[in-house]
Write a protein that binds this ligand. Structure first.
Ligand SMILES: Nc1ncnc2c1ncn2[C@@H]1O[C@H](COP(=O)(O)OP(=O)(O)OP(=O)(O)O)[C@@H](O)[C@H]1O
Ligand SMILES: [Mg+2]
Length: 413
């Protein structure tokens, strides 16, 4: 049997060939290894250097190695935060020709910490709540993508700091299964495993004296379930809103954004009596809105601007008579988007006199107007039409903005 390296990137096999595949992983020499903290695991795992990369090498039987490799590639494709699969090495033999186990190679997740290393510094309970939040978000994202983890635990998760919060990454996909969609039973089963695993891991820490005395291991296990459930509900519930209350929809979108989720598309449907709409949010990756807005309208904006503009575009589309998503006879989204740019976006921006715009570009002005509409609608408890918003904006907001832009008079000498 010959050594075989299957890799995601054609450059990697060359770099990986330098490593001592004829030596059991446990006996790899110091000079190829990188000493970074590792979590606990059944298999032998080591970090090594390959070119400029630090890689994680895990020794396991061929079939599970290939299986986990495929699974991690699927997760990558679904834009789930997980370690990047780089290669599987099979057909290893030692110097005497005896077979050695296959290995799975992943990219070391930079800046990540196994939870045990984080707890060594006796973590404050507030930080632990943030970790549970991150893990709940990860589990929800996996489930939305149809992935049943089968072994959600702290030691199968890596945590990375993320703008003042934490982001959780899946590290061990061996037990995972991908389905078109998960049933409630499958989700509950996965969640129950998570609860039992996490409580068990925390009890372990407690026994070794590494847990903050105020932390209740069992309660924390339950907490992940609660956080998961409320997040799932917020993301997946279908809501019905009365007509003329579009700012309710916006309120819900903003709440999802605050939870760290984006809304990819809305399904606004007019009900039989013509006065209600429903919508379903989806989870998407970063930069999604920017790309989508550019494709639909040719407007090149920042991500946050794009998100607000798309929300507005989609709400507007739903009010159009020929809007029928999925129906070949309905207008194509590009056509509707073009109409929106021509009939809504441009006239609205043009209503703001050029000399009052300062350094704001059209997308920023429109974004500002949407923010102002949101503010006015929330205050009035009903939708305010855009032309009234523009008027109020020019009269009440722009003069104040200009005041702060005018440079202070130089002091006379
Ligand atoms: N790409 C990576 N980046 C950073 N750390 C990693 C990476 N891959 C593995 N690790 C570390 O190695 C540990 C063990 O990995 P993993 O959970 O895949 O092994 P395992 O033997 O399959 O675990 P289990 O006992 O749950 O079956 C992880 O907890 C993590 O700390
Ligand atoms: Mg593991």
């Amino acid at each position: 049997m010959a050594l075989q390296i299957s890799a995601t990137n054609p450059e990697h096999p060359v770099l990986l060939l330098e490593l001592p595949w004829d030596v059991p992983l446990e006996e790899w020499p110091e000079e190829v290894l990188v000493p970074l903290p590792r979590g606990i695991s059944r298999h032998v795992v080591r970090y090594a250097r390959a070119g400029d990369e630090v890689i994680a090498v895990k020794e396991l039987a061929e079939r599970p190695a290939l299986n986990e490799y495929d699974m991690l590639r699927d997760l990558d494709r679904l834009a789930i935060p997980s370690v990047d699969p780089l290669a599987v090495v099979t057909g290893r033999t030692d110097a005497d020709g005896n077979p050695l186990e296959s290995v799975l190679v992943t990219r070391h997740l930079g800046g990540s910490m196994p939870y045990r290393s984080m707890f060594e510094t006796t973590m404050r309970p507030a930080t632990m709540h943030r970790l549970m939040d991150a893990l709940a978000v990860l589990l929800v994202r996996l489930h939305l993508a149809g992935f049943a983890w089968g072994d959600c635990s702290l030691s199968n998760t890596l945590f990375r700091r993320d703008a003042g919060a934490y982001a959780a990454y899946l590290v061990d996909a061996e037990t995972g299964e991908l389905h078109p969609q998960l049933s409630n039973g499958q989700r509950e089963y996965d969640l129950d495993l998570a609860r039992v695993n996490i409580s068990g891991e925390l009890l372990d820490l407690e026994a070794s004296g590494a847990l903050h005395p105020s932390v209740d291991a069992i309660a924390f296990g339950m907490e992940i379930c609660e956080r998961y459930r409320s997040l799932w509900e917020e993301l997946t519930r279908t809501s019905v809103y009365p007509a003329g209350k579009y700012h309710y929809i916006e309120r819900r979108i903003r709440r999802l954004n605050d939870l760290g989720f984006d809304v990819a598309e809305m399904q606004i449907e007019h009900a039989n009596n013509g006065d209600t709409v429903t919508f379903v949010p989806k989870v998407v990756d970063a930069g999604h809105h920017q790309r989508q807005l550019l494709r639909l309208t040719g407007l090149d904006t920042e991500e946050n601007q794009a998100r607000r503009l798309l929300n507005d575009l989609e709400s507007w589309m739903a009010t159009q008579d020929d809007y029928a998503p999925g129906d070949p006879l309905g207008a194509r989204p590009e056509v509707l988007a073009h109409r929106w740019v021509r009939d809504v976006f441009r006239p609205t921006v043009r209503a703001v006199p050029v000399e009052l715009r300062g350094s704001m570009d059209p997308a920023e002005i429109y974004h500002e107007l949407l923010e102002h509409r949101w503010y006015l609608s929330e205050r009035a408890q009903h939708d305010i039409p855009l032309d009234a918003v523009v008027e109020d904006y020019i009269e009440n907001i722009l003069p104040k903005a200009r005041e702060t832009l005018i440079p202070t008079e130089p002091v006379a000498e």
